[in-house]
Design a protein around this ligand. Structure first.
Ligand code: ZN
Length: 307
């Protein structure tokens, strides 16, 4: 962290507005390199800054590598850090997994020790409030570090993306239901085929939690839980539109869901030429890997600098 400290000293200056010009280059530094180099969380109280795909956090804590009902996977990535509310959520869900007949959970990436954009993978997971949970039912909770690097999860979705495989079980459905029913959860992302399968047996009573299960590309070997901003988080922005808005108050088992297995997979061919838009084209937003410090909330420079 020593070299990082030097770099960051000038970064803080730039962030405070002094020395504009000479120091402005530091605000131009790639944020994922700086956040990817942080090896532990800050000792400041837990606070998430920004949004899920553009943020950072103070006071993230490590999910213990192994617990009675979970193991963190891919330890070499050092992404088993989360907001304390996420860590307790994961521990609680892993206990519920026992109730549905699993030994517990294999937990994938949460966040880097101080959040921020990552050096690889994920556009989000930047505030310690997103976590990936493997679809693979744990066969053992005593896996070694090496085993945790090498074993892979399973896909519960068919190759053609339209349905679930025999690997999909009632336990998966129960687990997703438990996750989506937790009041700390904002939404849960899964492959569309998974949601379509859950919609087949949906009753009106399922609407409040089922609307929180959202279709997205990928997410066939893991599901992704996103928590709301914890109570009292003044600098954290929960995602909008809300799931209630996205599903018009319904369960989301609608056209916007079937789109994923129709037009998304087979884009309709255009028969008429596209009208040129009267609006000037918007500049493309930088991807997580291209973000520079100036793209992040101003608190993020201090998050890097802290003990
Ligand atoms: Zn994820």
């Amino acid at each position: 962290m020593k070299k990082l400290g030097l770099v960051l000293g000038s970064l803080i200056l730039a962030a405070c507005g002094s020395g504009a010009g000479t120091n402005s280059a530091t605000a131009q530094q790639l944020a994922n390199q700086l956040f990817g180099a942080a090896t532990r969380g800050t000792s400041a109280p837990a606070e998430a800054y920004g949004t899920y795909a553009r943020g950072c956090a103070d006071g993230l804590v490590e999910l213990p590598e192994t617990g009675p009902t979970w193991q963190a996977m891919r330890l070499s990535r050092n992404r088993n850090w989360g907001h304390p509310e996420m860590i307790s959520f994961l521990q609680d869900l892993s206990r519920q997994a026992v109730g549905i007949g699993w030994q517990g959970l294999y937990v994938g990436d949460i966040s880097q020790p101080r959040g921020g954009p990552m050096t690889s993978g994920h556009a989000s997971h930047q505030m310690g409030l997103d976590a990936d949970i493997w679809m693979l039912q744990p066969a053992s909770l005593t896996l070694s570090r090496t085993e945790r690097e090498n074993i892979s999860s399973i896909s519960v979705r068919t190759e053609d993306q339209r349905g679930v495989t025999p690997a999909w079980t009632r336990q998966h459905a129960a687990l997703l239901r438990a996750a989506a029913s937790d009041p700390r959860v904002d939404r849960v992302f899964v492959a569309a085929a998974v949601k379509i399968e859950m919609c087949r047996t949906a009753t009106p009573a399922d609407t409040p939690w089922l609307q929180r299960i959202r279709p997205i590309a990928g997410h066939n070997t893991h599901f992704h839980v996103r928590l709301r901003c914890p109570a009292g988080s003044r600098h954290c922005e929960t995602q909008s539109p809300t799931v209630a808005e996205l599903s018009n108050g319904g369960n989301g088992c609608d056209d916007t869901l079937t789109w994923w297995v129709t037009d998304y997979l087979n884009p309709p061919r255009r028969t008429t030429p596209v009208e040129p838009s009267p609006e000037p084209p918007q500049p493309r937003r930088r991807s997580a890997r291209e973000m520079i410090m100036a793209d992040l909330p101003r608190q993020c420079a201090q998050v890097l600098e802290r003990e």
